[in-house]
Design a protein around this ligand. Sequence first.
Ligand SMILES: Nc1ccn([C@@H]2O[C@H](COP(=O)(O)O)[C@@H](O)[C@H]2O)c(=O)n1
Ligand SMILES: C[C@@]1(CO)OP(=O)(O)OP(=O)(O)OC[C@H]1O
Length: 160
Amino acid sequence: MIPVRIGHGFDVHALVTGRDCIIGGVNIPHSHGLDGHSDADVLLHAICDALLGAVALGDIGKHFPPTDMRFKGIDSRELLRHVVRLLHDKGYLVGNIDATVICEAPRLGKHTSQMCMNIASDCDVAIEQVNVKATTTEKLGFTGRSEGIAAEAVCTVYSK
Ligand SMILES: Nc1ccn([C@@H]2O[C@H](COP(=O)(O)O)[C@@H](O)[C@H]2O)c(=O)n1
Ligand SMILES: C[C@@]1(CO)OP(=O)(O)OP(=O)(O)OC[C@H]1O
């Protein structure tokens, strides 16, 4: 068994009216929310993909197809906890997670510590093992025009 593995995840969701803006399990007050089959938590989806990638288990769409009504409106923290169980079943534990959310608005600085707490709890790790950052794209591109929000995540996992 490979003792340490890394994973990478990337996700994008469109910003629309009439939806909640849930990022890292935090419902952030904002004029627009994120569109998707689930609660569209772009950050948790990038983290799920990083963890799945680290243990070569495919991607989020393979495990939770967007055509499956069981996942309509689902809280992505449930998806993350399921992914962590799969990782444990494969004999691995989460090492650390570092993630970046990319958007002009909402401002995320005051919410990142709660996001880290949610992620650490769902991944069964200490808060020191999780980091969430935010950046803009200086008004450039689809994130710069606030058409959507992107997130990237990298993680390490290690064998039990
Ligand atoms: N949605 C965001 C974007 C950024 N921040 C914080 O602002 C800092 C500067 O952003 P730049 O895009 O100019 O690098 C960034 O480091 C974050 O701390 C934010 O809170 N919310
Ligand atoms: C999370 C899932 C669940 O059906 O739905 P979406 O909210 O559309 O999110 P996406 O990042 O496109 O990943 C696909 C699905 O697995």
